[in-house]
Write a protein that binds this ligand. Sequence first.
Ligand code: HEM
Length: 213
Amino acid sequence: MGTSTSTSQLAGGARKSLVIVWVAILAVGAYFVIASIPYYLVWNAANYGPYYWPRSAILLPHLLGGLFAIVIGPFQFWSRIRNNHPKVHRISGRVYLISVAVGGVAGLLMAFTSDVNFVYASGLASLAIAWLLTSGMAFFAIRRRNFVQHKRWMIRSYVVTFAFVTFRVVDDVLSYYEIGEDAVRWGILAWACWAVPLLLTEIVLQGRQLSRS
Ligand code: HEM
């Protein structure tokens, strides 16, 4: 009796912490999406500026794909929707994957045409490939009806989607403390914004599995 009460208290505590983590993630994500996207939705040279305007036909589908993916992603992890409305989960999952495909291919083209430096461009090109591969694996797993692998690859995919926000959060903190020149910081962050969170995700996913074995 005592043991089952403390077990359910632990489960309740873990659920609460998870909700707090999700709320924090969504609040930071919403802030950066609202701060950086809206004015690109008005398609003119003044809003895009001289750096992005010549590539605006690629940037627009890129940011629309990214916007859909970043907004839809969290709903895919919501177990109540998944269990009670599987059709909604399936349709929004397809929209998520199409958004990643559009955003990822356009992101790759943006990386190839970026002017910052080679480390930055290659980091973002690799980020685009990681985005397409992790999401592609989630799709492949669900086609094979492998639900465990599907969930894991969706977690990795969303961690990569969120690199857009991770980059900006860390960049703002570093530039606030005047750490590193812009081009150096951006070059490092183009790689670190997805590689480090993916490594941490792997430690959590594999660690959980190890602790159960
Ligand atoms: C996760 C994979 C992503 C990749 C590989 C990627 C790649 C890129 C690249 C290469 C650029 C142009 C950089 C330059 O030319 O210097 C860019 C800019 C941009 N991307 Fe992404 N991106 C990703 C995710 C996202 C997401 C999820 C969003 C939206 C929520 C987004 C919105 C934007 C915006 C608004 C810009 C232009 C303005 C800015 O830099 O703030 N991207 N992206």
